[in-house]
Design a protein around this ligand. Structure first.
Ligand SMILES: Cc1cc2nc3c(=O)[nH]c(=O)nc-3n(C[C@H](O)[C@H](O)[C@H](O)COP(=O)(O)O)c2cc1C
Length: 512
């Protein structure tokens, strides 16, 4: 370009820019007039009718506020369901970066209900420390499941989760040596391909193991059990986030593959019954457990959030009447504040009891009926940091499982959109554009790191309490802060019960 032409060129450029600007301005004015006319004539939204055009900003800001609060305004320990401190630990653990913090704790140490561990003057030395011990689940099943993995993957269905998410979780589970629960959406090739241990969940719709009349099908059960890596079966009685409501998978998420695995029409909402039509009382439950165990040869338990609890005593009594071999091999106690892909707010906010109430209750009932050894207790509900897991072990849980902890390990940012097919991190959406950022091989590594660091730090707590491995933690190792801000021994707040005299002798036939 010649220098002499420059002013003329600049003049043309300026002229073109002003034309574009004038055009855009005209377009904007037309758009504003259009919106104004639409807003004052519409009858759906009061704010837009009363404050045309400008009223629209309210809806935009309300939506954006969710994100701004998280990044700029919320304190480290104030967000729900998970605060930044909880999430950051998972992100760091998953990325395997330094998880130490500096200066001092930002956790208030006098909040009623919170827990403190009791350190021993002579902590376990590194050379004395041991791995968590092995536990046998289902000693009366043909193929009991023996594992030492204290922290495992809770049920999330394929459907609620995307293909890359299930693939990453299954691969990470294999690397970490933990089990993965399928959730109620059936078993897919993505669960199987890594070879990880699997717990097959049977939801109220019996997806994956139902016949044409939606009834449980023994042949299909056998088919699932034929996979060596399917180690156990879990009957889902209820789920913390929505007790008394079945699974809800919005139609937009029901694609060809999911429809085929579940045995339902493509594009239609997948809504499972709010309870098992064939399990209406304790006898039905025990019959169902026996049936699935006989057909599959593998341990069988059930998952429930605890509301009323008298039925648990009835269950224990019936187990003794039938003989303890007929007991469920495990009970998964889910907290009322558990997560879900989709649930009605009234159930999510108000139904069921949280784990701090239900876990000691279930464990104490099992102890008083001398069934605690026979029935393993798995628990779930916001157990995403080592302190949560160690606290559950202190209370007497045998295993802890988590769903959302693993979602964070996959990169979940708590956008609260699992029910919309718009998950920005590709975890709970079937939109390929949004899945593109979730690279299974990379995230599988993060899942494995998360478990590795979880185990390491639960171990650190156990060793500080003076025991050689996490399973040796008990109620004497923790205190709970009371309403006056004073820590009280966990064993005083939740005393261990005596075994009822009539059940002191176990009512079982020895396994062959
Ligand atoms: C996206 C999503 C899907 C879920 N799907 C199931 C399911 O199919 N079956 C089930 O029993 N629980 C399901 N859950 C509940 C979890 O398994 C778990 O019980 C609950 O979220 C508590 O654990 P957490 O606090 O670690 O997430 C789901 C949870 C989430 C977040």
């Amino acid at each position: 370009m010649e220098m002499g032409n420059f002013p003329e060129f600049a003049f043309h450029l300026l002229e073109a820019l002003s034309l574009i600007f004038a055009g855009l301005l005209a377009l904007l004015i037309v758009a504003i007039i259009y919106m104004y006319i639409v807003d004052i004539n519409q009858t759906e939204q009061t704010i837009r009718r009363n404050y045309p055009v400008i009223g629209r900003l309210r809806y935009k800001f309300e939506h954006l506020g969710e994100f701004f609060r998280q990044y700029f305004f919320a304190q480290d320990r104030e967000e729900l369901p998970f605060n930044r401190a909880q999430r950051s630990w998972v992100y760091r653990a998953a990325k395997n970066v330094d998880s130490t913090i500096a200066f001092g704790s930002t956790r208030s140490l006098d909040k009623p209900g919170d827990l403190l561990f009791l350190n021993d003057p002579f902590p376990t030395l590194e050379e004395e420390a041991k791995e968590a011990s092995h536990v046998t689940i289902g000693p009366y099943a043909d193929k009991p499941f023996i594992t030492n993995s204290i922290y495992n993957l809770s049920g999330m269905s394929f459907g609620a989760l995307s293909v890359p998410a299930v693939t990453a979780l299954a691969t990470g589970a294999k690397k970490a040596g933990i089990w993965m629960n399928t959730g109620e959406g059936g078993l897919s090739s993505y669960h199987l391909q890594s070879g990880c241990d699997i717990v097959f969940q049977i939801g109220t719709a019996k997806y994956g193991v139902r016949d044409n009349n939606s009834q449980l099908c023994d042949e299909k059960l056998r088919g699932v059990a034929a996979h060596e890596q399917v180690r156990m079966f879990e009957i889902k009685m209820s789920q913390g986030a929505k007790p008394g409501k079945g699974g809800i998978l919005p139609g937009e998420k029901v694609n060809d593959e999911i429809a085929a695995i579940r045995g339902i029409p493509v594009g239609e909402d997948s809504i499972s019954p709010n309870g098992h039509p064939d399990i209406r009382n304790i006898d039905d439950l025990l019959d169902m457990i026996a049936r699935i165990r006989n057909v599959t040869g593998k341990p069988v338990g059930f998952k429930a959030v605890i509301g009323t609890s008298a039925w648990l005593e009835e269950l224990c009594e019936k187990i003794h009447t039938r003989g303890i071999e007929c007991a469920p091999d495990f009970i998964t106690v889910d907290s009322a504040d558990g997560g879900t892909g989709a649930a009605p707010q009234s159930l999510m906010d108000y139904m069921g009891t949280p784990l701090k109430r239900s876990l000691p209750k279930v464990i104490n009932i099992l102890i008083s009926y001398n069934l605690k050894d026979r029935i393993k207790v798995i628990c779930s509900g916001k157990m995403v940091n080592p302190s949560d897991v160690a606290a559950a072990l202190c209370m007497g849980a045998d295993f802890v499982v988590s769903a959302r902890g693993f979602m964070f390990a996959l990169g979940c940012i708590q956008a609260l959109q699992c029910n919309k097919n718009t998950c920005p991190t590709g975890i709970t959406t079937h939109n390929p554009k949004l899945q593109k950022g979730l690279i299974p091989s990379n995230k599988a590594e993060r899942v494995a790191n998360f478990v590795k660091n979880m185990r390491k730090e639960v171990g650190i707590i156990a060793h500080s309490c003076g025991v050689v491995e996490p399973r040796k933690l008990n109620r004497s190792h923790a205190e709970l802060i009371n309403e006056r801000g004073i820590p009280m021994p966990m064993s005083d707040v939740y005393p261990l019960p005596q075994i009822k005299p009539e059940y002191r002798v176990e009512s079982h036939r020895s396994p062959e």
